[in-house]
Design a protein around this ligand. Structure first.
Ligand SMILES: Nc1ncnc2c1ncn2[C@@H]1O[C@H](COP(=O)(O)OP(=O)(O)OP(=O)(O)O)[C@@H](O)[C@H]1O
Ligand SMILES: [Mg+2]
Length: 252
């Protein structure tokens, strides 16, 4: 088994990368030699030297002040696709099919050199990788505990609960949920966000581990750290049974 955390989301643009950066910083601050992995990056960009870059892994590694060599990069993002679309479509458009076996090879390569991998999925769990497999199949192959990220506002209850159903149907261990404010939350919608925490914990039988506030246009990493400071991302840590019912957000 590869030690790691699989970070998925209720969809695209919900804060998986910001969370990956926060988790990586959290682990590295505790002297764990963790590294980020973004196995499938669509919307990859080409640098002036012709090198293709994975913006998500770049962001996470930069946030954690981690410099890596070219060989490591090749395994951090084995699939880099310029089209900014679903992995299966980007793979088809560029004529480079995605295989989970290839991703697993890269994961093993990284795991041989690091204590723990923080793996960011692409899109949500049902985002297709090819004609037969989705992100959920990759989560199954990696067999890592899953952290589920969603936006904090209206609509997230349904998306989180459906994602949890899918994960549990495949017997995936879910560490918890992170609710993220990718945009500033208007004062008039605060009551929705506050209730979302309680309602997700109650119906989902899960802990909302943290709420990441809006961090500004250039994300304020110290604020990100503060929002995750009380969490425990150590391998093997599981919140006590029933903890979601007693947590700050839980129904009394
Ligand atoms: N808490 C936050 N504060 C400020 N900006 C945020 C926050 N969360 C996300 N963003 C911004 O919103 C955008 C989407 O966030 P992010 O890239 O983390 O989403 P994602 O789920 O990783 O998306 P993708 O599916 O493309 O990988 C980014 O520009 C990011 O900087
Ligand atoms: Mg991302």
């Amino acid at each position: 088994m590869i030690p790691g955390i699989f970070i998925t989301g209720t969809g695209t643009g919900v804060g998986k990368t910001v969370t990956t950066a926060g988790v990586l910083r959290w682990l590295r601050k505790r002297s764990i030699n963790a590294i980020a992995m973004k196995p499938v990056q669509t919307g990859a960009v080409t640098a002036s030297d012709g090198r293709m870059l994975a913006p998500d892994a770049e962001f996470a590694l930069r946030a954690a002040s981690l410099d890596v060599d070219a060989a490591t990069w090749a395994h951090i993002s084995p699939y880099l696709f310029p089209p900014a679309c679903s992995p299966h479509l980007a793979a088809r458009l560029t004529g480079r099919p995605i295989t989970i076996a290839n991703i697993m090879q890269s994961a093993h390569w990284l795991a041989a050199r690091h204590d723990l991998l923080v793996v960011e999925g692409a899109g949500g769990l049902m985002a297709p990788l090819n004609e037969d497999q989705t992100m959920l199949d990759l989560a199954g192959a990696l067999a890592m505990p899953v952290l589920l990220v969603g936006p904090s506002g209206l609509g997230v209850i349904n998306h989180v609960l459906l994602s949890l159903e899918a994960l549990r149907q495949r017997s995936r261990e879910v560490m918890g949920v992170i609710l993220n404010d990718a945009q500033p939350v208007p004062e008039s919608e605060r009551y929705i966000c506050e209730d979302n925490v309680r309602t997700i914990e109650w119906f989902g039988h899960i802990r909302v581990l943290a709420r990441v506030p809006y961090l500004g246009h250039h994300p304020d990493l110290s604020q990100l750290d503060a929002s995750l400071a009380h969490c425990n991302f150590l391998p093997g840590y599981a919140p006590p049974a029933g903890a979601h019912r007693q947590s700050a957000g839980g129904r009394q």
